[in-house]
Design a protein. Structure first.
Length: 519
């Protein structure tokens, strides 16, 4: 149960196959296996010891993919940092994790001066070629000078990575994933769509700080396939990469599929190599599925439902249910059934399973479920109870084991496939001196699934514009968390009998006529 074992296996099975394609740079599995012990040696030479945390703040690349294996090879714990966060959020996560080493690339070199103030930080490596920023050491020079080291042998329930996710208390929480968690996710995907006779060529547009990115490196490595790295989603570069590299596996949210179909250059590219399109964050709209099936006839769509706490996946809806007619079409609105490595049930507040068809909370048990939250036993105890991970999502289950998500128990918004916790946004809005009260809710949005909407009450005698509040929020939290719309007034917000802000009356007008309170 070692994450490094899958790298050794890929190098034995397909030593000359390109493991990672990043722009013009191609690295074979044999080369990756030779580099991992040297990268680990460079980290050891920098003082990294067993269990130390190594933070990475970088765009997708072959070198980032190597770190997913080289950091545990050194016996350390990798901490992928969200590239979309504001500097204050990045600094918080680094300090909370106690990162001993930070690895940055060109995109984040301007942050080095501020981040190096962290007293726990021993060394900052610059991941790219070219001029090394002040305060950094060259990553490639350190690797070239390092002696290779033996694999530290961390495995099973040893801590492998800390992935930060939004927090209901207003601060990100560090999700601790073990070697077992990561490998179970890889095996689960191998069971969901085995590669067959054709090698997996998987394109990454989701950042490797996210399970939609890192988890599919684990899967593609387990399949000894090829990872094609793109720094981010842009419709035409995505189509170029699919056509050039004969990509046959992708992870896209429905919005991205729609952007591809609507792009003026869509007909200029051959996208027929794609066989599997995995998506999550929202069900695929029927009209979009119909258009995609017509224009992308080779693509098979698979929905994945999960969260960082479940290593990215708990249920899947296979391609055979992505049809518009017949008996199987009845399942298209579901989030599928439990994956190969876990159990899923619907429970009441006491943790007891509810009857089929009744709404309750999704609970998950299996090798994919996290160890807990880093340095937060109280939060861990709230969600991990009697061996079950309580998701915070409300759903019902049918007689065939398919789950249908209807609402959220916890106050979270999913916008463009990203989780946004209301408390984080409310904390940011409240820091403006003109704000007296604030409630943040999710409202339906045709492009992003849900949009972040703020209802703001100003202090007596103070005024503030929507533009000013949005600019204020962007200095404190990531852009995708900032409100896309606002209602600003001097009227007090509705309250419960206990004096808490009542959000249901605020949400209701936006969701009238919809069967679900999530989109």
């Amino acid at each position: 149960m070692q994450i490094t074992q899958s790298l050794r296996r890929a190098a034995r099975m397909q030593p000359l196959r390109v493991g990672v394609q990043c722009g013009a740079r191609a690295v074979t599995w044999a080369q990756m296996l030779r580099r991992a012990p040297r990268i680990a040696g460079a980290l050891r030479a920098a003082g990294v010891d067993h269990g130390d945390r190594v933070a990475v703040l970088a765009m997708n690349s072959d070198r980032y993919a190597e770190l997913l294996y080289a950091v545990p090879w050194a016996g350390a714990v990798i901490v992928p940092l969200n590239i979309r966060w504001a500097p204050a959020e990045i600094a918080y996560a680094m300090q909370e994790a106690g990162a001993a080493v930070l690895i940055v690339d060109t995109a984040f070199a301007p942050m080095v001066e501020e981040l190096r103030k962290d007293p726990a930080l021993r060394r900052i490596f610059f991941l790219d070629d070219g001029e090394v920023p002040a305060g950094c050491a060259s990553f490639e020079e350190a690797v070239a000078q390092a002696a290779p080291v033996e694999d530290a042998g961390r495995q099973g329930d040893d801590l492998y990575a800390i992935f930060y996710t939004g927090g209901t208390t207003g601060h990100p929480k560090g999700v601790m994933l073990s070697h077992r968690n990561a490998l179970s996710l890889a095996w689960s995907w191998l069971a969901a769509h085995p590669p067959g006779e054709t090698a997996v060529v998987h394109m990454h547009v989701a950042g490797l700080f996210h399970l939609a990115g890192a988890a599919y490196v684990w899967y593609t490595t387990a399949a000894a396939g090829t990872n094609v790295m793109l720094p981010k989603f842009e419709a035409e570069p995505v189509m170029q990469a699919i056509s050039r590299h004969k990509v046959n596996s992708v992870v896209l949210i429905p919005t991205m599929v729609n952007m591809l179909l609507a792009h003026p250059a869509f007909d200029d590219y051959d996208l027929a190599s794609v066989r599997t399109c995995i998506y999550g964050g929202a069900p695929i709209p029927h009209t979009l599925l119909l258009t995609a099936m017509e224009k992308l006839p080779t693509w098979r769509f698979i929905q994945a439902y999960g969260m960082t706490e479940t290593a990215g996946m708990a249920t899947t809806l296979p391609a055979c249910y992505h049809v518009l007619e017949g008996e199987m079409a009845q399942k298209i609105g579901s989030a599928g059934r439990a994956s190969a490595v876990c159990e899923v049930r619907i429970v009441d507040p006491a943790g007891e399973e509810v009857p089929l068809g009744q709404v309750g909370e999704i609970a998950i048990r299996g090798d994919n479920v996290m160890l807990g939250y880093w340095n937060d036993d109280a939060a861990t105890a709230r969600v991990l109870r009697d061996g079950w991970m309580h998701s915070g999502d409300a759903a019902r289950m049918d007689e065939d084991g398919f789950i249908y998500i209807v609402d959220r128990v916890k106050d979270m918004i999913v916008s463009g496939g990203e989780n946004v916790y209301s408390a984080e946004v409310e904390n940011a809005v409240h820091r403006h001196p003109a704000v007296l009260e604030c409630a943040v809710i999710g409202i339906p949005d045709d492009k992003w699934g849900e949009a972040v909407h703020a209802v703001v009450v100003t202090r007596e005698g103070r005024t503030v514009s929507q533009e000013e509040l949005m600019a204020h929020c962007r200095t404190l939290i990531a852009g995708y968390k900032c409100p896309r719309s606002m209602d600003i007034s001097a009227n007090p917000l509705p309250k419960t009998a206990a004096g808490k802000i009542a959000k249901n009356p605020l949400r209701e007008p936006f969701w009238v006529g919809r069967s679900r309170r999530v989109h």
